[in-house]
Design a protein around this ligand. Sequence first.
Ligand SMILES: [Zn+2]
Length: 159
Amino acid sequence: MSDLEMEQVRIQLSEKKEVVDALRNRKQMRRDKEGEYFPVVFNSQEVRFRSGEPKVFGGSVARCLLRSNYIILGDDLTGEMTHVLEPVDSYSLNDLVGNQKCDYCEKLFETPKRLAAHMAAEHSAELGVNADPPESNKPYDKPLAITPPAKSVETAASA
Ligand SMILES: [Zn+2]
């Protein structure tokens, strides 16, 4: 039994306007110097959920928070029960073994998937020269920021 929970879930305040409006109408949104937030008490501590700022919890805590925070839209008796918090994505700490730090700019990423996406987006030029054999090159979504050196073409032709 490990104290560390492997599954991590990122959850955020609902992006649905009707949910946020209902929270405001019921005075469940608070305000501090950073702006509006939805307070959730967890482990005797207040967690402040702000619009567009997901927070990461262990899987079982996340599920508990998701389940236990809801609001009734409309009339108390007939209104629809809607969750105030919603899951954004999840990942396993097991997946974090290995390289999470970008070799090029030293930015840190939570999952290998995010690192891979970052490298494809930001460092495709650097990667394209040495990393991939030409036949495995996939077309990139974005045009390369740096003009690929002509040398790599020669290398590919002579190989
Ligand atoms: Zn980078």
